[in-house]
Design a protein around this ligand. Sequence first.
Ligand code: NAD
Length: 307
Amino acid sequence: MKVLVATDKPFAKVAVDGIRNEIEAAGYELALLEKYGEKAKLLEAVKDADAIIIRSDVIDAEVLDAAKQLKIVVRAGAGYDNVDLEAATAHNVCVMNTPGQNSNAVAELAFGLMVMAVRNMYNGTSGSELKGKKLGIHAYGNVGRNVARIAKGFGMDIYAYDAFCPKDVIEADGVKAVASAEELYSTCNIVSLHIPATAETKNSINHALVGRMPKGGLLVNTARKEVINEAELIQLMEERADLKYMTDIMPAANEEFASKFPGRYFSTPKKMGAQTAEANINAGIAAAKQIVGFLKDGCEKFRVNKK
Ligand code: NAD
């Protein structure tokens, strides 16, 4: 059995070593395709792969067609919108993610962006503190929970909205559960986004929603760029000079945001939330273990596509 690690943006070496240990201990072979650039190289490499570990790499119908022996794809990370789930099901390929493995890394980055914004991008002027501010966590999943844990240390007043997580689960963490996204934005000084990119959430962070935020509102996005209605957020930030937007996922309209809102807008140069040695190792090794569990015992925990 051949397990291919196909990562245009490679794992740290320690993570690759850990993945190799798991795969070889199970008696399988590991193949590595890093920084491949062109899709043609990926199409060639997947031909004889039984399993693939990816990061943000795109697995579409063309890749699945080329991978005749493929049984499983594991996205080392949380978001799996880079994999065509329906095509995978049609090809009888199991798709998994590795939930929770990079959550702390992303949550820490969200606070890095928050502190930078409230300290006026470190421009030498007097800023404000997170302590006592109302923080809204938009989606209380693995990252959202880590944000809540860290926010307690900052002494923030914490609110959360999640469309699927029960209220009592949120409140058991000492976090106030609100009934709607509208209520969250109306209530909170800072909103940190942790929703996945789905048909329902795409473009949902719009003028009407963010426009509810109190004066001086700060929106922090470590989720996905697709959830933001960029044109409407630009319009809103033009209307309201008090709003700030900090993101880990560079918008398509990055240059427009940067030129129109200096001091109120910042984007990391590329998605960096999960870019820590710890998250790399955790997610990569979890992916390798899930592949071994699937190939040896048929374990489908963390499967995200239909059978
Ligand atoms: P998760 O699956 O653990 O949690 C997602 C939460 O969103 C769930 O609790 C779910 O109930 C909730 N949700 C789904 N649809 C919703 C909706 N319409 N309204 C409100 N809540 C909704 O995922 P996670 O690990 O917490 O990650 C969250 C997102 O962060 C991922 O989907 C991914 O897009 C993004 N992410 C980014 C980075 C990065 O590098 N910046 C890294 C990891 C994850």
